[in-house]
Every structure is written in structure tokens, then in C-alpha cells.
Design a protein. Structure first.
Length: 104
């Protein structure tokens, strides 16, 4: 079982946006897909290690800013070249207007 970390206020992430979060040397990307739908993945693209927080969220996908590789935000699945390795995903919860991320 992991630890729950406060990331930010719900209102700090716009719908269809991504926010960078760092903890203990690791990078995470926190996404908001709807009014109350939040997800988290590893913060770097698996292809060239670019920060995904600099990418573009389109629907339920994140596009890497370097070579335009795309990932499914909910599952972390790589959606085609040049990315073939998916992203690790992490549990997210909302409590009292705060977004929390579970890390191990």
C-alpha cells in the first residue's frame, strides 16, 4: 500500500489539461478529463523521456511534445509509433477539493 500525497487544488487543473508533479525524484503527470475525472501517469514519455506536462491533451489522450507519440491517459497504453511502451499509471482521489496521488 502506498502513500497519498496532496498534489494541488481541483481548480488548479483545467479540464483537458495536464499538470506536472514531482516527488522524491520522480515525475508525474496529473490530468483532468472532465469536471470530476482525474488521472495520473508517469511524467516522462517512454520514447525520449520528454516531460508530458509540456504536451497536448486531446480528449483522453496525451501527445508528447517532441515526436508526437500518443498515450491513453486512463490506461497508459501507447497508441502507436514512435511510442511502443506504455506509461505507468497511478491512483488518484479527490477529497475536500484537493487532488491526491498514491505513490508506493
Amino acid at each position: 500500500m502506498g502513500s497519498w500525497l496532496a498534489v494541488c487544488a481541483v481548480d488548479d487543473i483545467a479540464v483537458e489539461d495536464v499538470r506536472r508533479f514531482q516527488h522524491d525524484g520522480a515525475e508525474y503527470a496529473i490530468y483532468r478529463l472532465g469536471e470530476s475525472e482525474f488521472h495520473a501517469t508517469a511524467g516522462h514519455c517512454t520514447h525520449e523521456k520528454m516531460l508530458l506536462c509540456e504536451g497536448i491533451v486531446e480528449g483522453d489522450e496525451i501527445e508528447c511534445p517532441k515526436h508526437y507519440g500518443r498515450f491513453d491517459i486512463r490506461s497508459g497504453q501507447a497508441l502507436g509509433a514512435p511510442v511502443f511502451i506504455g506509461l505507468e499509471t497511478f491512483p488518484v482521489k479527490i477529497e475536500a477539493g484537493t487532488v491526491y496521488l498514491e505513490v508506493t
